[in-house]
Design a protein. Structure first.
Length: 148
């Protein structure tokens, strides 16, 4: 015979993850995590803000530049960051794991390394955040307008 259980969740913020696991007399719940039901309470899609960190002039003198795109306060998780150079196709950078902040939003980053001449001659460099069928969030730089 199946037991009927009720769950009352209190003290949950607007966006928070709650993990639930059935009680097992032989295992203390205080030492148990995961393996149960995951309940995510959300308010829909929150588009992240993007910031692109520029390479220093010292870095440019060394032959390669590293660009970093910071994505902050997005929701839900699962946004992907990509790069475009000029009107060309997509470039693959390395993406960090997303971090769930205390306010319930996610932050993450991506980095892209380019030869200095490719960076300087690019008409534009764009960082793009995408999530399923959402309109992408973009941040575009024009290297010729960036201080050298």
């Amino acid at each position: 015979m199946a037991a009927l259980l009720y769950l009352r969740v209190t003290g949950v913020y607007k966006v928070q993850e709650v993990f639930v696991r059935p009680f097992n007399e032989s295992v203390s719940l205080w030492r148990t995590f995961g393996g149960g039901t995951k309940l995510i309470i959300d308010l829909g899609v929150v588009r992240p803000s993007l910031t692109v960190l520029l390479p220093s002039s010292e870095e440019q003198d060394k032959g390669n530049v590293a660009l970093v795109c910071l994505a902050n306060r997005g929701f839900p998780g699962g946004w992907k960051l990509g790069w475009r150079l000029g009107a060309g196709g997509a470039l693959q950078g390395s993406q960090s794991l997303e971090v769930l902040e205390k306010d319930g939003h996610y932050s993450w980053s991506s980095s892209l390394t380019l030869p200095t001449d490719q960076w300087k001659n690019a008409g534009s460099v764009t960082c793009e955040a995408t999530l399923k069928d959402q309109t992408p969030v973009t941040h575009t730089l024009e290297p010729r307008h960036c201080s050298q």
